[in-house]
Write a protein that binds this ligand. Structure first.
Ligand code: B12
Ligand code: SF4
Length: 554
């Protein structure tokens, strides 16, 4: 890289640093002004508007008071993923938001008819066009994007556009969301969304839809054509299941899937067909628990063998130790796995209903997985009820000593709707009700075993200590072979230490140029270890259930 380019990056980073407060400077109360805000790294990209007045001959009628457009045969839908407000956080990293496209919205777009019109905008990677006048605006709302989503919703509704809100936060707090929407959706959308669309076309959309029927059978293909692949490091993100068979008390899952089954998969053939249709080699499974249904996972991996894919996904301690599914995954091309280790304090597992991790040897998990040429991203939660001030150093030391390639740390966060929230609320320990802070980087409750500041400082220190070059080198030295050590260095170092390079490709709107590097790193690692890996044993027929960590990499 030339000095000029480096200077340019530095200058842009300088702006970025000050722009970390960009949200505050753009509007009252920390919220960007409607229609003006966009992340600084996404500047200069305005999508062409579509306006009703631009569509002469459109037979559509004006919106009814509630209920959509009467007599509408086709619909013009704007799908929007509002930006998360994490941009104010010292740990903010633009690359984290250029990883995965808005898959949920692209899945919903699949239900539109051939004559309908749809656009998909993701505020994490582009400037939003909010002067648009579609028939329907659809947003997916996470807890820390709620304020931004409501602001956008209010703006559209003031102009008579029907706004539909759904997703995790809307499901947890439907009454709150309903103040900003014409229609809210509770739970997954596969049953309610097509019903709503039919109602909307008739001008009879209801204010609230509650999911009851849970199935992915017959779900239409995800509208990947709406995704701008160049803007994402993992455009081939995919989910082949929904939910998880477990019930950890801090997880969103039970609240979101209340009223129906909470773990179900696609048909294996349909999943394989979608994978096969994706260009390139890399695939990222965003499923909560890719190995959660052993029969499904075994068939999926069998079908993927020989496809030449390299993939990443999430599994659990239990799933890894109890069967040969992880061997099958490695043979099919798995090269990194996200594992919910959660805590080095065993008493926490009982306290927080993480039963599937109890009495499991985490060291054995790493030995088994790394022995297959698969890297591990361990996820940990700090501030659980049995944690004291020593938990941070102990966790980092454990990870480094065991050669953990990457780690994701979270501050325990009682999400509304979860069993944890109900308990902490009943104990009078919630100290902060600002959803913007529910991002697992803030302390929003009174911890039991330490002061809130100790928790916050310890969490930040853990990230710093784990990703110091000294720790990365020490961790790499614990790998069993030289080639594994080299890959450990490349992967952990590349992920956390080359921020200017990530910023540069994000600003150039070509994150995709880094994909071959990612594929190469993952693949070289797999090949190096694959030679020592024996063929997997036949899979036992009996079903069992497993679990995974709560979130994606940080
Ligand atoms: C990818 C991902 C991310 C990406 C998001 C990128 C993106 N473009 O969406 C990144 C890396 C940025 C991210 C970051 C974080 N994430 Co995250 N992430 C996920 C993950 C793994 C997958 C999301 C996904 O694509 N799912 C697949 C699609 C198909 O499902 P979906 O989006 O839910 O959409 C379906 C339904 O919800 C519904 N639906 C959704 N919207 C709408 C709208 C309408 C109108 C309708 C009808 C239906 C509907 O229909 C869709 C089809 O069924 C989920 C876990 C999970 N399995 O969902 C966690 C998850 C969303 N993340 C979570 C968390 C906690 C975080 C972090 C705070 C963690 C951290 N500290 O790093 C950060 C910051 C987020 C924040 N500030 O709020 C939690 C959210 C908890 C909550 N109550 O909001 C989850 C659920 C993980 C967990 N188990 O706790 N994450
Ligand atoms: S295993 Fe993971 S996804 Fe499943 S309930 Fe627990 S935290 Fe949630």
């Amino acid at each position: 890289m030339t000095a000029g380019v480096l200077r340019m990056i530095e200058r842009e980073r300088g702006e970025n640093q000050t722009e970390r407060g960009w949200i505050n400077r753009h509007g009252p109360g920390g919220m960007p002004r409607f229609g003006l805000a966009f992340p600084p790294w996404a500047s200069g990209d305005v999508r062409p508007n579509r306006r009703r007045s631009d569509r002469p001959g459109d037979l559509r009628q004006q919106p009814s008071q509630v209920g959509g457009l009467r007599g509408l045969r086709t619909v013009d839908v704007s799908f929007i993923l509002p930006a998360l407000l994490e941009a104010n956080d010292p740990g903010f990293r633009p690359i984290k938001y250029a990883l995965f496209p808005p898959l949920g919205l692209a899945a919903l777009a699949g239900y539109l008819g051939p004559d309908d019109h749809a656009t998909l905008q993701d505020e994490h990677v582009q400037r939003l066009d909010l002067d648009d006048e579609p028939d329907l605006v659809v947003m997916s709302v996470y807890i820390t994007s709620a304020r931004r989503a409501y602001q956008i919703a209010d703006g559209f509704r003031a102009r008579g556009v029907h706004v539909a809100l759904g997703g995790l936060h809307v499901s947890s707090c439907p009454d709150e969301a309903a103040k900003h929407a014409d229609t809210v959706f509770i739970g997954p959308g596969e049953d309610t969304w097509p019903t709503f669309l039919a109602d909307f076309r008739r001008g009879e959309a209801a204010p609230r839809y509650v999911s009851r029927e849970r199935s992915l059978a017959g779900a239409p293909p995800t509208r990947r054509d709406l995704i701008d692949r160049r803007r994402y490091l993992c455009p081939n993100s995919i989910v082949v299941s929904r939910g998880c068979p477990h019930h950890c008390d801090f997880c969103y899952k039970d609240a979101f899937y209340e009223g129906g089954i909470s773990f179900y998969t696609r048909a294996v053939d349909a999943a394989l067909a979608e994978i096969d249709a994706m260009p390139g080699r890399h695939v990222y499974f965003l499923d909560d628990h890719l190995l959660g249904n052993p029969r499904f996972a075994a068939a999926l991996f069998e079908g993927m063998r020989g496809m030449g894919r390299v993939f990443q996904g999430a599994s659990t301690v239990d799933a890894i130790l109890r069967s040969d599914l992880i061997e099958r995954a490695a043979e099919a091309g798995m090269r990194s796995v996200f594992v919910g280790l959660e805590t080095v304090n065993p008493a926490n597992l009982q306290l927080h209903a993480k039963r599937q991790n109890i009495a499991r040897d985490y060291g054995e998990v790493l030995r088994k997985v790394q022995g297959l040429g698969v890297m591990v991203n361990g996820s940990f939660v700090f501030g659980l009820d049995d944690d004291g001030p020593d938990v941070f150093d102990r966790t980092v030391a454990w990870g480094v000593e065991h050669g953990l390639e990457t780690a994701t740390f979270h501050i325990m966060t009682p999400y509304p709707g979860t069993a944890l929230h109900a308990r902490v609320e009943a104990e009078g320990r919630i100290t902060d009700r600002d959803w913007d802070h529910y991002d697992t980087r803030h302390v929003v409750y009174e911890p039991k075993g330490m002061a809130p500041k100790t928790l916050l400082d310890g969490y930040r220190r853990a990230y710093r200590d784990f990703y110091r070059w000294g720790s990365i080198l020490r961790g790499a030295s614990h790998q069993p072979t030289w080639s594994q050590s080299a890959r450990h260095l490349a992967y952990a170092g590349g992920w956390k230490k080359f921020e200017p390079l990530w910023d540069l490709v994000i600003r150039a709107k070509h994150v995709d140029v880094m994909l071959p590097l990612l594929e190469g790193t993952l693949d070289a690692y797999g090949r190096a270890r694959g030679r020592t890996t024996g063929r997997a044993r036949p899979h036992p027929d009996e079903a069992s259930d497993y679990s995974t960590g709560p979130s994606t990499s940080s």
